[in-house]
Design a protein around this ligand. Structure first.
Ligand code: MG
Length: 367
């Protein structure tokens, strides 16, 4: 595996991440990591930016000859970078732990090292879940007692292209999916829905990425979208516009879902009454451990739960898929949006999230 990864990148695990104090010790956790840039198949046009790649870091935790895989993905707006993630991981001394099942203790330790670094923490959390699942010989959905049949369809994200031919190609690519997600908050919000509706009746999820500034116009848009078989609106306005969002939520015919507003567990309670639901992503929640708690709390509060991802390899996406039976909507297309995946894992079968039936997070490195 390491050899294969070395071939894929000029920077190897051994050269980059295996700090001296993390050197392999029997019966101890051994952490390795290396940067891995994710190449996007299409440039991403968001309300506030455009990009063609996403920085990432691949992680391995080895314990008694068993390797757990993890990953950090760092879209720039989250404030983490290859430098901040590798710096955080270099500070960790996981060799002080002799039991990989002490996931709660290890999270507590990571919090003591630095308060933020959520994607970096997620990479360790995912690798620990993969490792412990492999030791138990079970996938995490089973350990959590979840029914893998109860996963939702995933949405597949497309962005607007002014060229009708390019737009048509993008829409054709959505054919295998039962739900399409569109990014809004730009100058052509209606055009993208109209373009889609010329070709397909599939339900549409709308993500405004904080792009709408006027609550009255946002409400008008929600009505317009509701008439066109849209399912919900994610993060319509700025995350700080709490009163306006609550105002919109009271009146909107479509559920209003929090994304940028929300990162971790304490944010779930803050979202109640302002949003109808939350979008949980492992790179925000510090991984699977807290994501599971967030989903449970949101459900207890009567909120909808959506499971999202960043652009990620099948590693982090498969880790997220373990939670899919718990959620109302899934947006797990991160691995489909990149051109250089290095894992086999979660598959979309007939539009539906299909959790791999393998121990841990269910991934196998591609040779
Ligand atoms: Mg979003």
């Amino acid at each position: 595996m390491i050899g294969a990864l070395m071939a894929a990148s000029p920077i190897s695990f051994s050269a980059f991440g295996q700090a001296t104090r993390n050197a392999t010790r029997e019966g101890r956790l051994n952490l390795r990591f290396r940067p891995y840039e994710l190449q996007l198949r299409h440039a991403f046009n968001l309300a506030r930016s455009q990009r063609t790649s996403t920085p990432g870091v691949q992680v391995e935790i080895e314990y008694d000859g068993i390797v757990g895989y993890g990953e950090a993905s760092m879209p720039p707006y989250l404030g983490e970078s290859i430098q901040s993630v590798t710096q955080f991981l270099s500070q960790l001394d996981l060799s002080q732990f002799s039991d990989p099942f002490r996931i709660e203790d290890i999270h507590e330790y990571m919090e003591s090292v630095a308060p933020n670094n959520r994607a970096a923490k997620a990479s360790v959390d995912i690798a620990l879940h993969d490792l412990t699942g492999k030791i138990m010989g079970q996938p995490w959905y089973k350990i959590w007692g979840l029914n893998p049949e109860r996963t939702p369809n995933t949405s597949f994200t497309i962005s607007y292209d002014a060229d009708p031919e390019e737009m048509r190609k993008k829409i054709e690519e959505t054919a295998p999916y039962k739900v399409v997600k569109v990014k809004m908050g730009l100058d052509h919000d209606k055009e993208i829905v109209e373009a889609l509706r010329r070709h397909t009746d599939v339900p549409i999820c709308v993500d405004a990425n904080q792009g709408w500034t006027d609550k009255e116009k946002a409400l008008e848009m929600c009505h317009w979208l509701a008439e066109r078989n849209c399912l919900f609106v994610e993060q319509p306005m700025d995350k700080s516009a709490i009163d306006d969002t609550a105002w919109l939520r009271e009146r909107s015919p479509l559920p209003i879902i929090a994304d940028e507003f929300l990162q971790r567990m304490p944010d779930v309670r803050r979202a109640a009454g302002v949003y109808d639901g939350i979008n949980i992503k492992l790179m925000k929640s510090t991984g699977m451990h807290e994501a599971y708690q967030m989903a449970s709390l949101a459900r207890a509060l009567g909120m909808k739960v959506m499971l999202g991802c960043m652009t990620e390899t099948s590693c982090a996406v498969s880790a997220a898929s373990q939670l899919a039976p718990l959620v109302d909507w899934a947006d797990l297309d991160g691995n489909l949006l990149i051109a250089n995946d290095i894992f086999d894992g979660m598959k979309i079968v007939d539009g539906k999230v299909t959790i791999p039936n393998r121990p841990g997070i269910g991934v196998v490195p591609l040779a």
